[in-house]
Design a protein around this ligand. Structure first.
Ligand code: SAH
Length: 450
């Protein structure tokens, strides 16, 4: 076991899923934030366990050629991004390698390389922001949580967001300070404003502002609306009533104070309505490329029925509808299903059907009622597929399963489970939808061996 507060010399060889550097010292894995593979460092141990330790760089002995000056002034404090200290080549290399390693180690593959769709820009790409708010000495401010804490780090200009999004945050905080709107304090479970949620359509420019509040009203709403109207694209202001303790940003109830309560955006040539609760990929450009890859990998024909599990507002479902005979989407959030149905209508798509429910339960029911999709698309949250979904897929036995994933570890686990049910891996591709952040998206296709 390593000794706490002791300084050791180490060679960084790899990265954790969260993007920290990994070195091995005396057989112990040491996690080192802001370290780059290939660097030799002196590291102070801050936490020591039997098999692992956490440390901080005290001296860079050999610097990686991929190390760069951080463009973001608060990068070291803010828990939002992970990679401002390295160039984008190293970031995409490590992301592709993470997907490849998971598929090999957990998924039983032997891939030697894996392509990645790198992003053309690392800045201004995020179409959604959720700013927690806090206050100090009577002044309220918004920002992002410091890594592993609920301390709010103020950041006048977040580089991964469009300027308009930060302008909304500034307008809301001006209003909050001017009208002395109270800020939520989680220890006391008191105070009104919890989060400022902003979503901006990358193509439409429409902006939805949603305030997550511990209550049902805000003071002087017209003063806030007037200020927001000065921001080009401002479309709607909504309150999300969240009076529960805990980390969830949005509550169940939404109260529209201005505008239609949702925005529109265009993706893959289709128009989508987006409610605050509905999922929508945060990087528009890269999402389009990801969906195009999904469509290509699906190899759909006009005779095919496509089942899209975890379909959100029907982005992939509707983008595939034109090539297919019929498309069926399943999604658990009722507002997203309403959006999906509306999206089919507004795009004149008549061969799409949407069901609201758990993907696994709905798929089992569809299977019982005789539905036999030729192609299945799954795009689950980080925890991956549940046992029911795997079972339903195995029983329905689609020719192809296109799996879009935001967590390579659960993707690889599910690939192994589907391989045990007679599928084999056909294509694997990583996609960078979150430049400067450790998350990586990937897409694989599984085909039946029969
Ligand atoms: N394919 C869509 C959405 C992917 S995100 C797109 O790319 O836009 C994953 C979606 O799964 C979310 O919309 C989430 O609400 C939904 N979801 C989460 N758990 C689910 C479950 N158990 N059953 C069905 N949908 C679920």
């Amino acid at each position: 076991m390593l000794t706490k507060n002791e300084i050791y010399e180490a060679l960084v060889t790899d990265y954790t899923a969260e993007g920290q550097g990994v070195a091995h010292i005396e057989g112990c894995a040491v996690f080192i934030p802001n370290a780059i593979a290939g660097e030799r460092v002196r590291v102070r141990i801050e936490k020591a366990q039997k098999t692992w330790a956490a440390g901080k760089i005290v001296e860079l002995l050999e610097k990686s050629p991929h190390r760069v000056n951080r463009a973001c002034p608060v990068a070291k404090l803010c828990g939002g991004c992970d990679f401002w200290h390295m160039d984008y080549d190293e970031e995409t290399r490590l992301k592709a390698d993470r997907v490849r390693t998971c598929l090999n180690r957990i998924g039983g593959e032997a891939l030697e390389g894996l392509p990645i769709l790198a992003a053309p820009s690392c800045q201004g790409y995020r179409n959604k922001a959720q700013y927690p708010v806090s206050s100090k000495k009577g002044r309220a401010y918004a920002g992002f949580f410091r890594a592993g804490t609920h301390q709010v780090v103020e950041n006048p200009r977040c580089l991964i967001l469009p300027e308009q999004t930060d302008a909304v945050k500034d307008a809301v905080m001006d209003y909050v300070n001017r009208y002395r709107v109270s800020v939520y304090d989680e220890t006391a479970h008191a105070g009104l404003l919890r989060h400022i949620y902003v979503r901006r359509g990358a193509v439409s420019g429409e902006i939805l502002v949603c305030l997550a509040v511990n209550g049902r009203k805000i003071p002087r709403p017209e003063a806030l609306t007037q200020a927001l109207e000065k921001i080009p694209g401002f479309t709607t202001l909504v309150l999300s009533v969240n009076t529960k303790k805990g980390n969830a940003v949005l509550g169940e109830e939404f109260i529209t104070l201005y505008g239609p309560g949702c925005i529109r955006d265009t993706l893959c040539g289709l128009e989508f309505r987006l409610s605050p609760r509905s999922f929508y990929q945060v990087n528009h450009h890269q999402a389009q490329r990801l969906y195009q890859a999904a469509i290509a990998q699906a190899e759909i024909t006009k005779a095919d029925t496509v089942l899209d599990l975890y379909c959100g507002v029907g982005t992939i479902t509707l983008a595939m509808a034109g090539a297919a005979g019929k498309v069926i989407g399943v999604e658990v959030i009722p507002q997203a299903v309403e959006d999906a149905r509306d999206n089919a209508v507004r795009n004149g798509i008549q061969n799409a059907e949407f069901f609201c429910g758990d993907a696994g339960a709905a798929a089992l029911e569809l299977e019982k009622s005789g539905v036999r999709p030729d192609v299945a698309v799954v795009d689950p949250p980080r925890k991956g597929l549940n046992a029911d979904t795997i079972e339903a897929l195995a029983r329905m036995s689609p020719r192809r399963i296109v799996y879009v994933s935001c967590d390579p570890a659960t993707l690889a686990r599910d690939v192994a489970l589907l391989k045990a049910r007679g599928y084999k891996l056909k294509n694997a591709l990583a996609a960078d939808l979150f430049p400067r952040c450790a998350h990586v998206e990937s897409i694989v296709t599984l085909v039946t061996e029969k």
